[in-house]
Every structure is written in structure tokens, then in C-alpha cells.
Write a protein that binds this ligand. Sequence first.
Ligand code: ZN
Ligand code: ZN
Length: 372
Amino acid sequence: MATTRRDYYEILGVARDADDKAIKSAFRRLARELHPDVNDHPEAQESFREAAEAYEVLSKRETRDLYDRFGHEGLRTGGFHPTDFGNLADVFSVFFGDELFGFGGRTGTRAARGADVLAEVEIELADAATKTTRTVPFPVTITCVTCEGSGAAPGTRPIACPRCDGAGRLQSVSSSVFGQFVRTQTCPQCRGLGEVVESPCPDCDGAGRVTETRELDVEIPAGIHDGQRIRLSGAGHAGVLGGRAGDVYVLVRVRPDPRFVREGNDIISAVDLTLTQAALGATVNVPTLDGEVEVDFTPGTQSGDVRVLRGKGMPVLQGFGRGDHRILVNVAVPRRLTDEQRRLLEEFARSENERNYEAAEGFFEKLRAAFR
Ligand SMILES: [Zn+2]
Ligand SMILES: [Zn+2]
């Protein structure tokens, strides 16, 4: 490590009050210019390391503050250790995409995080109202047991790639009016690994990984909404060469229930009362998430009335309590009458008057009930 350390702002070529965006783009520019894969000048690697370290410090609020106030010494006593050059490859690939650096560059580690897996499970609305567990199958790539991930048949070992002599990369030099360009590309034969398998493992065809269907018992929290995902950390595809496994995302589909409409945490359903039930009052079985419940309707119940069953709706996801169940009343008028029924209704019609239709409760009271 150099004894006199250069100023991080100077390394990146930005002003001390540069904002995050300026720091990021300065580093991007330098990285493209200095990365060992694109620049084989002997000093490029050290310059790149320096730029990476400067970026690492200046891109984070905490370390930048520390550096601004106390300089290099402040960082050291503050317990900051610049990331190992090799580990930085991970950060960079997120930044630029993998193309620029190739898979597992000269200095990078070859470990790569396993891929995420998307699984899907469908549950009934009523199941979403309680905590429920489902066994969810999903395909996952795991390390081959036979060859322990090397891809080589038992008793054999991978050999250095003959095409790139184990370097993992190929270089080509081209000349143009701008000068000489050294282009480095990932070796296509070993895909950057630097070694190839001569006698492939019979169980994985040399891939080192196999696909297996796994099952996971997934706990689905009460109150989950259609389309939400549950993340199971580390249950996904195996990482490459010791990289950490990916995650499983379980997409939860909540099948619509024809009896209910879900509105946030509330459930809305409709109930049909006959003309006489509405006029005389009735006790009717109404389906709810908890099964059928008996609901009393007072005489004179009107079409459009809303009955609220407090706390009978959906549970609040990762919270407390439940929404309400609102029952919308529809009064069904008979479509066909017998002669006798017609005669009785005509008789009723002769006796009815305005008082029969006077509201007992205020209009606003009802309106309030409808909106809870
Ligand atoms: Zn194998
Ligand atoms: Zn190769």
C-alpha cells in the first residue's frame, strides 16, 4: 500500500461538494477506462483499485462524512477497510451488467449467487382469511452430489482449458487510426472458468449442477392479497462454486370467491330478501368467511340497506384485527303471482297509505351506516 495516499476526490476527478450522481458517473467513466479487462497498461490495475476504493468511500454517506472530516486516518481509525479488490466484482456487475467484466474476471472470485426461483400457489379467499400452510413444488438447480459440483466424472479432475491456457479470457489486438486496441473476451470454451472437464460426470453431463423438484411448506400469512409474493431466503438455485443460493419467491394467487367482493380488508356480499321478509322482518343465513351466520333483518328493511358485521372481514396483513363484512340488501319483488296472491296484494294495496312508507330512522343515519 502506498505511503502517501491520494485524495479520493482527486482520484475520481470531482469537486469536494460533488453530488452522488457526479461521483457515480466519474467512477463509471474511470472504471470503463481502467478496468484490467479493457486496459492492459501495467498501472491500470492499481489505478482501477484506487478508483474503486475512492468510489466505495465517497458513495456512502457514512464513510464520506468520516473521510471529509478526518481524511484517510479517520477512515482507518473508524474501522473502515476498503473492500478486497476481488470482492468488488460483485458490486460492479450490479453496476454495469456482467458483459464488461466477463464472468469471473482475472481478479474476481468465481463464486456467483444462485438464481431466484418463482413458484406459484393458489388459495381460496377463505384460506387467505386464516394463516395457512401449503406445500409448494418448484424446480431448483442444486449442486450435483456425484461430482460435488466440479462437473468431472468421479476419480477425474478438470484440466486447464487448452484454448486460453487456464486464463479464462482471450485477448486480441487490433489496430486502427486511433491506435492499438487490446480486446479481451471471455473464453468461449471454458466460459471464463479457465478449466474444462475431459470426462464429464454422468449424472450432470459435466454441468456440476442438476435440476430437482423440491417441495417447500410455505406459510401463507392471514390477510394476504392476490398477487403478493412471499420470499424464502436461500431456498433457490444453488450458487456457483460456493456462492450463496438464490431465493424462492412464492407468488400467491387468491382465487376470487363468487359470494364475496374483497375491498381492502373489507368483505362485501349481497343478500336477497323477499318482499315479505323485508316487510315483516326475517332471520336469514348469510355466508361469511367464518361460515354461515344468522342475521336478523328488522321489519321494513329496504333494498340498498347495508348491514355491517364488524370484524368479520379479512384480517389485516401483518397487523391486528380484521376488516368488516358489509351485507348489501336486495329486496326481490315477485315476478309471477297466482290469482290468489294477486287478489291478496290488491287487497293490501287498497289498505296501504303514506304512513306505511315513513322512515323510522333518519336518512343520514342510514347513509352513515352505508359508509361505515
Ligand atoms: Zn455431476
Ligand atoms: Zn478457456
